[in-house]
Ligand binder design. Sequence first.
Ligand SMILES: Cc1cc2nc3c(=O)[nH]c(=O)nc-3n(C[C@H](O)[C@H](O)[C@H](O)COP(=O)(O)O)c2cc1C
Ligand code: SF4
Length: 430
Amino acid sequence: MAYPYVSERETRVISRGFGDPMQRVLDIYVQRGGYGALRKALGLSPGEVIEEVKRSGLRGRGGAGFPTGLKWSFMPKESRREHYLLCNADESEPGTFKDRELMRWDPHQLIEGCLIAAHAIRSSHVYIYCRGEFFEANQILARALEDAYAGGFAGDDIMGSGRSIDVTVVQGAGAYICGEETGLMSSLEGKRGLPRVKPPFPAAVGAFGAPSTINNVETLAAVPHIVSNGGDWYRQWGTERSPGTKLFCVSGHVNRPGNYELPLGFPLQELIDDVCGGIPGGKALKAVIPGGSSVPLIDAADTRACALDYEGCLEVGTMLGCASVIVMDESADVVKQVRRMAEFYAHESCGQCTPCREGAAWTVRILRRIEAGRGTMEDIDTLMEITQGMVGTTICVLSDSVAAPVQSSIEKFRDEYLSLIRPEHRVGAA
Ligand SMILES: Cc1cc2nc3c(=O)[nH]c(=O)nc-3n(C[C@H](O)[C@H](O)[C@H](O)COP(=O)(O)O)c2cc1C
Ligand code: SF4
């Protein structure tokens, strides 16, 4: 099978269908045990499904790592009003390409996970909000959904259970901010994708003003396996606080970039050297961003010490985020890379909050000045000061995402900034 690369170090649970087009065919999916977990879940009460997911310790794979079972338990226990399950398939974080693959290769796994989650939160309508630019994934999902309806696995009276759940695939509006959970809800409602102040949290007031739960594609893809095999089975991988397997999207300076499913806690250095075949040309490692472009960069020493789980990343001063590992070798220009990330966030800022709107724009301007050789020592201090004011002060954390790469790169790679500042500009601050 020719999925771009596979490694014998992998534990393929949710990615077992990658590279196999037959996995998309409903009959084959069912022959392989597909929709068995849904049948089992529909025979359980919503509370029992939630308990099993809680037992597994599954944490949200969209970035924050919030415990999934706990999130589901926040939903009202009555269903006098409509409840919504929202599947966040907007995947736009630079360096991230795992949800796209889950949808392209195994659409029924996701649909089954959505239906089980909907049952658990007493919802009868699921929206899968899929990034608009994912043309192929959108088409594959839509086709799979048609087949699922025709086969009696979605819609009215699912598998004769008396339970009816509809699923709608919605094409995203093409903005990164529509992946932020409340921005997604605004967009789904046909408005501009503007994030909303929390509280109220989505479980109280979500999409269309109704109680809603939002989960990432990868989170929901793990649910059928947990329901089929039990929460304790899922805990055989990973660590006590970060159980299970995780997809790591690796890009940048490695010989075999791609998606790899590994137990949480896997050593970052081994991911680069062993799973991904090392750095091309035997060059030295300079920096790694382990969790997508919005988490802090780490250097080679931290990389050697980093275990890829939620706690292990925090120990070396970064975050697991959505586990999109961007590798930079010794030839990488850190200031240029950080400037490009800042430009992305400045472009994607929705503009509601002053620290984010103005801070991102100023950050880009100063980084461009430094890169062009017109920076001063004071600029480095100003960058730190501006970005400090962008953390924890805004409606959503896009603003913090600008600060993370800027601050960490100044802390870890200060010499790269200094080398761009001409000697006559080096007097003064810093
Ligand atoms: C600016 C921004 C963009 C985001 N984009 C995505 C995204 O594309 N996909 C995603 O699943 N979560 C994204 N998130 C996280 C979601 O807000 C939310 O936490 C997540 O969908 C919850 O699902 P989980 O609990 O299964 O992780 C984003 C957050 C922010 C602040
Ligand atoms: S932090 Fe930025 S992206 Fe988020 S709501 Fe405020 S202005 Fe918009």
